[in-house]
Design a protein around this ligand. Sequence first.
Ligand code: PLP
Length: 344
Amino acid sequence: MTESGLRDLDAIPLYRPDPTTCRIDLSDNTNAWGVPPAVTAALAASTLSARYPSPYADDLKRVIAGDTGFPVESIVTGCGSDDVLDCAMRALARPGERVAFPDPTFPMIPAFALLNGLTPVAIPMTPDYQIDPARMLSSDARIIYVCSPSNPTGNALSRASLEALASRSSRDQVIIIDEAYAEFAGCDALDLARSYDRVLVTRTFSKAFGLAGFRVGYALGNPSLVAAIEKSRGPYKVSALGERAAIAALTVGRPWVEDRVRLAMDNRSRFEASLVERGLAPVPSSANFVYLPIAGAMRIASGMRERGVAVRAFPAPEALRFTIGDWPVMLEALAAFDEARRCA
Ligand SMILES: *Cc1c(COP(=O)(O)O)cnc(C)c1O
């Protein structure tokens, strides 16, 4: 390949979370209770095959259709919702066009934009961690990406702001609403994907469903958007095991998942209250993690790591993000947090 045929990859770092393992890992928002036992059982009972899986995970699509009420033509799956987001950018915008997203947001979004030759446009969130729909709409972006509940801030975006994006966008714009944490929110934007041709909602099996290692995600939207994404995605992105695991999680694994979601929501309130008791101001969360703006975040996180607890730290603005797990684990995290603050 000639040099002019290479994309400029220098601006795109490899994703390298801290590789040292910690006794307690509250850094990545995965299911703290693990893989649903019914999924493990279903996989143990299933036979392996040397054949390819179905090209577009049709069995999984049928189960998602039953779960969401969307027809199969409105569903596209992928190797994690990361893959679906990446393929959506490739399918729905031409090189040189813009992708607008809130700042802060999921760090893969500007990376996927650059990888697909698109221009990332970060639009600051308001002081209360909401989006500014007017600014996003006037950013001349082909794709507007938002995440609700928001990663890293944890809060749900206001219904009015999501409706504004859906109803006031132009016909040639696409609104992507990333609902990686919708199960913990008690509300979602699926109705907007039903009513507006240009709204796409993405979901994942990596968080509430406990299947991050299997890499399965999907999107729901108008069949013409979905068909374009499916073409840009290509066949065989969901492995046979991933498809079986996701189907089991949505069916036989469902009651376990729902119980753990309720536990995470209860522990989230207790954890937020514990931080408030300490005079701190966590952002009220609708996800399975809590975002805490705090001075010295990087130092506190490394102090916690020395005490065996990994959390995610953000340097600017300074903040910590705690995944919510079992209550005894959260108490250990609080103890490590208190000690790390005293010694920081
Ligand atoms: C975790 C996460 C994803 C999910 O990624 P997968 O590729 O499905 O594991 C997507 N969006 C956000 C905002 C996330 O936090």
